[in-house]
Write a new protein. Structure first.
Length: 339
């Protein structure tokens, strides 16, 4: 019997991706494009187990049936965890099949939400999400209609501002959660500042920093892969169940709002999924009413952040100015002057 060997491959190196893909396909698994590292266990020239790491998320973990019971899952998990720790990533998640829940629970991970028999999201803490929700509950406001919006605002446009102004008139209080991932054209700190400045005149709103539990690389990785037009229903199911089961109750949110999406495929699909997951009676948590508002337009063309970014790259400052609040325009100008 040959000795099993574990080898680590980074995606920017000569990883045997053809063999890894073929092995995972046999396990009814694929490879998300955000995976940056793979651990592979070999028996001679045959892959018998593998697992991937995408920032702080462990995924695509599989072991050949004939090699199960030899501790290979734990071996992969230990090495991938150490790889993450070496990068300063200590808050870890696992995407895996629901049938593996018991195995990873024994390794210190705890289930958060699952989607049918396809996927379960787990994290390496039994209390972190609870503590986060306790923190959020300190920002609750009284009222019969409490709104919630999750926004990336890359950058903050007149369309975003219009949406916030319209929703603020319809609710007793509005909670705006800003996507925290630094995977956009503008950094989180810049996006957060532009939003705060652009809604300073709205008095019944709280602007929150996002987290790993709301549209993040852990809950909704395909959101950050729009250029590849990758849409994963498992990701939207995970993200929206987390919002409905935990985030909304913590803040007392009764309604979630979004602007209509005429062009971006990923965002439009996400809106459709919100309609289902926030309102379906299949979940035991209180339903959240989803409200989609028509997007504002200029000269019959919807205002979009992607269009603003295109004009910025083309240095068409007059066109940028026509699509963003003055606060955003001045902020972006200062950013470009500092480059």
């Amino acid at each position: 019997m040959t000795e099993l060997k574990l080898q680590t491959y980074r995606m920017d190196q000569s990883a045997p991706m053809g063999q890894i893909r073929a092995f995972l396909a046999q396990q009814n698994l694929g490879i998300d494009p955000d995976v940056t590292l793979f651990d592979v266990i070999w028996d001679a020239d045959k892959i018998v187990a593998c697992g991937g790491l995408a920032d702080n998320v462990l995924k695509s973990i599989a072991v050949d049936e004939t090699y199960q019971g030899q501790g290979l899952s734990l071996k992969l998990l230990t090495d991938l965890t150490n790889q993450a720790y070496s990068q300063g990533l200590f808050h870890l998640f696992i995407y895996t099949k629901p049938r593996n829940t018991k195995l990873f629970t024994q390794a210190g991970f705890h289930p958060l939400v699952s989607f049918a028999d396809k996927v379960v999201l787990m994290e390496n803490s039994s209390t972190r999400l609870k503590k986060y929700c306790q923190y959020l509950s300190g920002f609750r406001h009284s009222g019969d209609k409490i709104g919630g919006i999750v926004m990336n605002a890359n950058p903050f446009t007149l369309g975003h501002q219009y949406l916030l102004e319209q929703v603020s008139k319809q609710v007793d209080w509005l909670h705006l959660i800003v996507v925290k991932e630094d995977k956009s054209y503008f950094s989180f700190s810049d996006r957060f500042a532009m939003i705060q400045q652009g809604c300073a005149h709205i008095h019944n709103i709280t602007v929150h920093s996002g987290s790993d539990y709301v549209i993040s690389r852990a809950t909704f990785p395909s959101y950050f892969l729009k250029d590849e037009q990758i849409i994963n229903s498992s990701h939207t199911a995970i993200d929206l169940q987390l919002f409905r089961n935990y985030i909304a109750p913590a803040l007392g949110i009764t309604h979630r709002f979004a602007g209509s999406e005429p062009t971006d495929i990923t965002t439009r699909f996400y809106n459709e999924q919100m309609q289902f997951w926030l309102q379906t009676p299949k979940l035991t948590s209180p339903a959240i009413e989803f409200v989609e508002l028509p997007r504002t337009a200029i000269n019959d063309r919807a205002i979009s952040a992607s269009l603003v970014r295109r004009y910025l790259q083309e240095k068409k400052w007059d066109k940028v100015k026509a699509l963003v609040p003055e606060t955003t325009y001045l902020y972006i100008q200062k950013l470009h002057q500092s480059i």
